[in-house]
Write a new protein. Structure first.
Length: 87
């Protein structure tokens, strides 16, 4: 999580310390309180932490014609009725 926060240009050693502490805390109630404290501080700092990051990629040959790749996802909109191969 610390690396992701650095990518967001949000570095706070106190929050980093709390993140490390909560990840080692065996008491679930205490851990929940620590996470709420982390969240409160992030909100006060107007931070936008990255909650989830999914890696995905796509490539295609230039001879594949009429293929529309969706902007918001590589996994939707794969309608192949109009796709053709120019070879």
């Amino acid at each position: 999580m610390r690396r992701r926060r650095q990518l967001q240009r949000n570095c706070n050693p106190d929050i980093d310390k709390l993140i490390d502490q909560q990840s080692m805390e065996p008491n679930q109630d205490k851990r929940r309180q620590m996470v709420w404290e982390i969240e409160r501080r992030l909100v006060e700092d107007s931070a936008r932490p990255l909650i989830y990051f999914n890696r995905g990629g796509i490539c295609w040959d230039p001879s594949v014609k009429n293929l529309t790749v969706m902007v918001n996802s590589i996994y939707n909109g794969w309608r192949m009725e109009e796709v053709w191969l120019d070879k």
